[in-house]
Ligand binder design. Structure first.
Ligand SMILES: NC(=O)c1ccc[n+]([C@@H]2O[C@H](COP(=O)([O-])OP(=O)(O)OC[C@H]3O[C@@H](n4cnc5c(N)ncnc54)[C@H](OP(=O)(O)O)[C@@H]3O)[C@@H](O)[C@H]2O)c1
Length: 177
């Protein structure tokens, strides 16, 4: 069974930070144009996967829908048992490989991976990221979390398309494997 095509979508500073300082929210620095692009992908997605810290950071903005399954990666799914809604939001400690093969059997063809850095590393280590949609905001943050958490792997990608999203120079980079 063919596994879902996995697209990672992230916004980062010029120096690869996905958060600024100690705050978990990214809304204040991501451009309007990037947010529009991101929310349109979310709306179209049937399957969205993220790490539990990203889930916690985006709790207030979360809108569930029966058309979209959200899978949250956590080493402790029991902690979230009460929040589980089958087919809409699930909490999993499966490896990326096991998770994607289960979801392939369930009929999912595409997966949107939306971070954060730890979740990204799990998927890159398993060699499962097919596409990367990376928005680079023209900002530099001295502190903050990285696009990719530490991990021992390397992946080569090919640039397919560059779109300049605004006058300030926000770039949307589309990479494929
Ligand atoms: N700029 C952007 O585009 C963007 C996108 C997404 C997120 N973010 C930001 O990034 C931050 C979160 O990133 P992050 O790297 O700290 O965390 P993360 O990747 O969102 O989540 C990390 C969590 O994933 C779970 N996890 C890690 N390894 C696992 C494994 N082997 N199996 C199952 N679960 C596993 C653990 O959950 P448990 O602790 O529950 O076990 C871990 O704490 C937030 O502040 C968020 O706002 C920014």
């Amino acid at each position: 069974m063919k596994r879902p095509n996995i697209t990672l979508v992230m916004v980062s500073s010029l120096n690869g930070r996905i958060t600024s300082g100690n705050t978990n929210a990214n809304q204040w620095w991501a451009s309007k144009e990037d947010q529009r692009h991101f929310y349109s992908l979310l709306q179209q997605a049937q399957l969205i996967v993220m790490g539990s810290k990203t889930f916690e950071a985006s709790r207030k903005e979360r809108i569930l829908s029966p058309q979209t399954l959200r899978v949250i990666l956590t080493r402790n799914p029991k902690k979230y048992q009460k929040e589980t809604i089958p087919g809409q939001i699930e909490f999993s400690d499966e490896s990326p490989k096991r998770l994607t093969s289960r979801l392939a059997k369930a009929g999912y063809k595409n997966m949107l991976l939306v971070g954060g850095g730890e979740a990204n590393t799990l998927f890159f280590k398993a060699n499962l990221v097919d596409e990367l949609l990376l928005t680079i905001e023209p900002l530099i943050f001295g502190t903050g979390k990285s696009l990719i958490a530490d991990g021992s792997f390397s992946t080569r990608l090919k640039l397919k398309k560059v779109t300049k999203l605004n006058k300030q120079g926000t770039l949307l980079l589309h990479y494929v494997r």
